[in-house]
Write a protein that binds this ligand. Structure first.
Ligand code: SF4
Ligand code: SF4
Length: 222
């Protein structure tokens, strides 16, 4: 999808673009994203929904452009003449259930992972997840690292993941790579020492919250 991405949205009204969005013909302008074209075509805007910067991962689309069909994020996809875009429904509820607070021992994480994600070892290296990822993440490699028990490495690979779950939809083995990534990041954080500046700041906030008078501890100490 990277050939469809660009960092700025500057519509050029001198260049009309005609496309189809959810079966509706829309007249837009070059430089518009599919989301902006959808709004122009009459799809209602919903205040507070959608980041418009490829961060929330919710504006999932399937796009037919010429003979190529791909998936991506509508806020990062710029319109071209003849595009046929369909907004995809939200992903279904996750199938892999676990409570990270139940994880007490880092020695058994790999066994837990294999129990929760038994499909991960069946990756057929079809690259479908890599091709579908709008963030250019090496999803397949992340799954491989997690399957080998290298959760810190896997978590780093998934660092830019926005949980659009397009990779999940692309996986023929139903591995749910997005959730493999989330698991990897969660266990890494769960068993990692918190940075001292974060601990100190949280303690300061807790103390200030207890201070009903609204006077800071520094002022009290003077
Ligand atoms: S790894 Fe999957 S869920 Fe994360 S951004 Fe890529 S396609 Fe979306
Ligand atoms: S889509 Fe699924 S089976 Fe294919 S490479 Fe990715 S994780 Fe493996």
């Amino acid at each position: 999808m990277t050939d469809q991405q660009a960092p700025v949205h500057t519509a050029d009204e001198s260049q009309p673009v005609s496309l189809t969005i959810n079966g509706m013909t829309v007249s837009a302008h070059a430089g518009m994203t599919v989301v902006e074209a959808a709004w122009l075509g009459g799809v209602p805007r919903v205040t507070g929904v959608g980041c418009m910067e490829g961060v929330c991962g919710s504006c999932r689309i399937m796009l037919r452009r010429d003979t190529k069909v791909s998936v991506g994020l509508a806020c990062q996809t710029f319109v071209e003449n003849g595009d046929d875009a369909i907004f995809l429904p939200p992903a279904s509820a996750p199938r892999h259930h676990y409570e990270i607070c139940d994880f007490k021992d880092s020695w058994d994480i790999h066994a837990r992972f294999q129990n929760i994600f038994p499909e991960a070892e069946r990756c057929r290296h079809c690259h479908g997840c890599n091709v579908s990822c709008p963030k250019g993440i090496s999803v397949e490699e992340g799954v491989a690292q997690a399957s080998a028990g290298r959760f810190r490495d896997a978590g780093e690979i998934f660092f830019e993941c926005v949980m659009c779950e397009l990779c999940d939809g692309a996986c023929p083995e139903l591995i749910a790579p997005a959730h493999v990534g989330l698991f990897s990041r969660r266990v890494t954080a769960h068993f990692h020492l918190r940075p001292p500046n974060l601990i100190n700041r949280l303690e300061e906030l807790r103390q200030d919250k207890q201070d009903k008078s609204g006077i800071t501890r520094e002022e009290k100490d003077e």
